[in-house]
Design a protein around this ligand. Structure first.
Ligand code: ATP
Ligand code: MG
Length: 379
C-alpha cells in the first residue's frame, strides 16, 4: 500500500522481503528476498536506496543504528522506534512526559505480578515488553492462578519475528509489563505524520473495535467524541510525535475510560491498520503521508472526504476464494475492497473493506455485509 502511494509521486520503492510470496513482494517489482535481521543483508540492500522505512517494527534497533552511522537515513530512526518496539520503555517515557497511561509496573516474577494486582486490583493485564502482535503476548490475568502463564510464555517464541527458541531461555531484553486493567468503553486511535524537520499533520480520531487483540472495524471520525476531547487527543498525538522525534506515521492506540478520559495503550510507527480508512476517506492517505515524510516532502491534507468512513477487516473464514466473491461484494457501488494476496487461514487478516457514507450506521452495515461475504463463516 506504500508502493501504491509512492508510484504516482514518481518515487521508486525497493523492497526487502522475508519471502517471495509476501503481499508486498507481489506488487513491488524491485524486490530482494532476505533476512531483515541480518546485518550484511540489510547494509547491502541499503546501498541502493536514498532512505529506509518499514511496514513492521521488528528490525533490530542496533542494526538500524549501524545503517544510520553508514549514512542511510532511517525513518523513523532507531531512537524513536525503540518506543514502538518495547512497551516497557514506552510506558517509562510516556509517564515521564506526563502522558496518561494505565497504572503499570515491570515485574520479574509471578509473585511480583500478584503483588501488583493486590495494589491496583484484579484483573490485571500482563504483556511481554517486546515481540507481541495482534494480541499475542497479552494476557488478562483474573486471579492468582494466572500469574505463572506470562512468565512461562516468555521462554517461548513470541511472534513471527522473534528468533528466540526455548533452548535459549528467556530473551534477555524481554520483560513482563503489568498494567491495570482499564474498563474501557471503547478504543480509539490517532495518527500523526511527521517530517524530519518537524512539520506534522494529524488525522481525525478513529474509533476502533478490537476482538481477541485483532482490529475488526474502525469508524472515523470517532462518533460522539466532543470537539474538545478530539482536539485534546490530536494534540496528544502531535506532542508524542514531536517529543520522540518520529518521522513517518505515528499511530497512538488509546483506551477511553467511562469518564471520557483517555489513556495510551501503545504506539506504532508505521502505517497502521486503524488508518486504512484514509485511502478513500482522507484527502491524503496515511500511506502517502508516510512516504512523503520519509522522502522529506510537504505533507498532504488529512481532511475527511466524507462525513464518516468505516473500515472492516476481512479475516480468513470458510470462504477460500475471495476474488470469486467479488461480483457479489462489488454490487454495492460504494464498497471499496482491498485484498492482500494472502492465503486464507482462520482469523488471518487477508484484506479490508471501506465504505464512506453520511450515515455511520449505513456505512457499518454495508462494510460488514461486504466483509461477511468475503469471509464466509468466521473461523
Ligand atoms: N491495560 C489494559 N486494559 C484493558 N485492556 C487492555 C489493556 N492493554 C491492552 N488491552 C487490550 O488488549 C489489546 C491488545 O493489546 P496491545 O495493543 O498492547 O497488544 P498487541 O498485541 O501489541 O497489539 P497490536 O496488534 O496492536 O500490536 C488492546 O487493543 C486492548 O483491547
Ligand atoms: Mg495494539
Amino acid at each position: 500500500m506504500m508502493n501504491e502511494a509512492a508510484t504516482p509521486l514518481g518515487l521508486r520503492v525497493r523492497l526487502l522481503a522475508e519471502a517471495p510470496q509476501t503481499s508486498a513482494a507481489q506488487v513491488v517489482p524491485a524486490t530482494t528476498v532476505g533476512d531483515y535481521a541480518d546485518e550484511a543483508t540489510v547494509l547491502a540492500f541499503a546501498d541502493h536506496v536514498d532512505a529506509v522505512t518499514f511496514d513492521h517494527e521488528h528490525v533490530p534497533t542496533a542494526l538500524l543504528a549501524r545503517l544510520e552511522a553508514a549514512g542511510t537515513p532511517v525513518r523513523p530512526g532507531p531512537a524513536a522506534l525503540e518506543f514502538a518496539q518495547d512497551k516497557a520503555a514506552m510506558r517509562a517515557r510516556l509517564s515521564a512526559m506526563g502522558i496518561p497511561c494505565p497504572a503499570w509496573r515491570v515485574v520479574s516474577t509471578p509473585d511480583a505480578l500478584a503483588d501488583f494486582a493486590t495494589d491496583v486490583g484484579w484483573p490485571v493485564i500482563a504483556k511481554t515488553s517486546r515481540g507481541g502482535y495482534d494480541g499475542k503476548g497479552v494476557w488478562k490475568v483474573t486471579g492468582p492462578d494466572g500469574v505463572e502463564e506470562p512468565f512461562t510464555a516468555l521462554t517461548h517464541a513470541l511472534g513471527p519475528t522473534e528468533r528466540h527458541t526455548d533452548a535459549d531461555g528467556p530473551a534477555p531484553d524481554v520483560v513482563i509489563l503489568a498494567e491495570e486493567f482499564v474498563p474501557f468503553t471503547r478504543e480509539l486511535s490517532v495518527l500523526v505524520a511527521r517530517r524530519p524537520g518537524g512539520q506534522a499533520v494529524v488525522y481525525p480520531v478513529t474509533e476502533t473495535v478490537q476482538r481477541d487483540g485483532i482490529c475488526h472495524e474502525t469508524t472515523t471520525p470517532a462518533p460522539g467524541l466532543s470537539p474538545e476531547r478530539a482536539a485534546g487527543i490530536e494534540a496528544l498525538g502531535l506532542r508524542i510525535a514531536e517529543e520522540l522525534g518520529v518521522v513517518g506515521i505515528l499511530a497512538v492506540e488509546l483506551m477511553e475510560r467511562p469518564t471520557g478520559e483517555v489513556v495510551v495503550n501503545e504506539l506504532a510507527m508505521r502505517p497502521h491498520n486503524t488508518g486504512h480508512w484514509s485511502i478513500e476517506g482522507a484527502v491524503t492517505s496515511q500511506f502517502e503521508n508516510h512516504v512523503r515524510a520519509v522522502a522529506d516532502l510537504p505533507l498532504g491534507s488529512t481532511a475527511l472526504r466524507a462525513p464518516s468512513a468505516v473500515m472492516t477487516n476481512v479475516l480468513g473464514g470458510t470462504n477460500p476464494d475471495l476474488v470469486g466473491s467479488l461480483s457479489c461484494v462489488l454490487a454495492d457501488p460504494d464498497v471499496r475492497v482491498h485484498l492482500y494476496g494472502k492465503g486464507v487461514k482462520p482469523g488471518r487478516k487477508v484484506g479490508h473493506v471501506t465504505v464512506l457514507d453520511a450515515d455511520v450506521e449505513g456505512a457499518r452495515r454495508r462494510a460488514r455485509a461486504a466483509a461477511a461475504v468475503l469471509e464466509g463463516e468466521r473461523a
